[in-house]
Design a protein around this ligand. Sequence first.
Ligand code: 0X9
Ligand code: ZN
Length: 406
Amino acid sequence: MKGTALFVIFLAVASADIFRYDGYKVYQVIPTNEIHAEVLKVFRENEEYDFWSKTNILGESVNIMVKPALQNSFVKILETNKIEYSILIDDAESVFQEERLRQTRAPKIEKGKISFDKYHRYEDIQAYLERLQVDYPVKVGTIGKSYEGRELSYIQIGDNPNNPTIVLDGAIHAREWIAPAMALYLIQQLVENEEYAYLSENANWVIIPVLNPDGYEYTHTNNRMWRKTRSRGNTCYGVDANRNFGYVWGGLGTSSNECSDIYHGPYAHSEPEVAAFTDFVLGLNNVELYIALHSYGQWVIYPWGYDFILPDNVDDIHYLGERIADAIKSVKGTSYTVGNSAILLYPAAGCSDDWMKGAGGADLSYTLELPGGGSQGFDLPASRIYDVVIETFQGILAAYEYIVEK
Ligand code: 0X9
Ligand code: ZN
């Protein structure tokens, strides 16, 4: 009896922390003039609205999740300003439940293996990296520990000091599940597919598939839409790790409100994940290319992101961006837009791509916003992971070719 009561209390405590999205709707909104753009900018600056996709480009759609209490006023403002909109998702909670069901029903994998028919948990990803370390001549290590004490694992494939180094990471934003899936596919091809052995003969690849493991796990267990780290503040948890980098830290597109999804943190590199990453990168040689894997929106974007300023090597960085986009498109026709991140999306300071270019040595530094799930959720249903990773792989190959040609 006592045991049952304790169990019930435990369940109550555990589930109290689970965030539900009952009645939350995702609106697809299309701004077509400057006034529309201004209205959307005001929504974007309001913590209460969650922009799942974003753009500054008129005529392109933006997906925004709105909680029930705000829906009437939101729609009223859209209608008053004659902004075209439709409902993309009627009830976010049911979409997430569906996704959770698919995740639990997906076939289990053998420990140490990886698959692309589900989004894998941190533990499975760790086990995969550890197995590769045993079976192949690759280096698997840790750059440090997350706030909650998880290892921040990296894999290095290729270690010729004369070769260029390519750095990639995924899941700096916890909820962007397609990003670590992409990193894992790249790792698999580099390490386990002999056809691509030449890729690590001519370049050193350093990949951190899950840079924010605490947040990533939290999206699987408690709150599907969590974006930040899980460090404890005075009033709220978490810092947007992609606003915490010490390159123009605290500038445009960041917030000093702890509870905001774009909170820049108390100081630059306050997050152990960011501090570990920057220290580690500063110890690498010949870093020529950086790709931050994010979602969603089908963008190949480049610095500077902290303001409307183009980098000195804009011709070069834009040209390679187009090559990446063309290579992705050649697989199945998926279209990416290439350009400066402040101009195409919005200015946002303290991001990893700016830091990598301004301080980390990567002249060619990109953020790749992979496709999202549209009416099916934030991420694509797991059955579509494979389509995304194989096409994106071609984009990364194109970047590799460019670096090696140079
Ligand atoms: O806002 C972000 O951090 C990125 N978009 S996301 O939807 N994945 O959150 C874009 C970052 C672009 N880079 C810079 N602004 N420097
Ligand atoms: Zn992101």
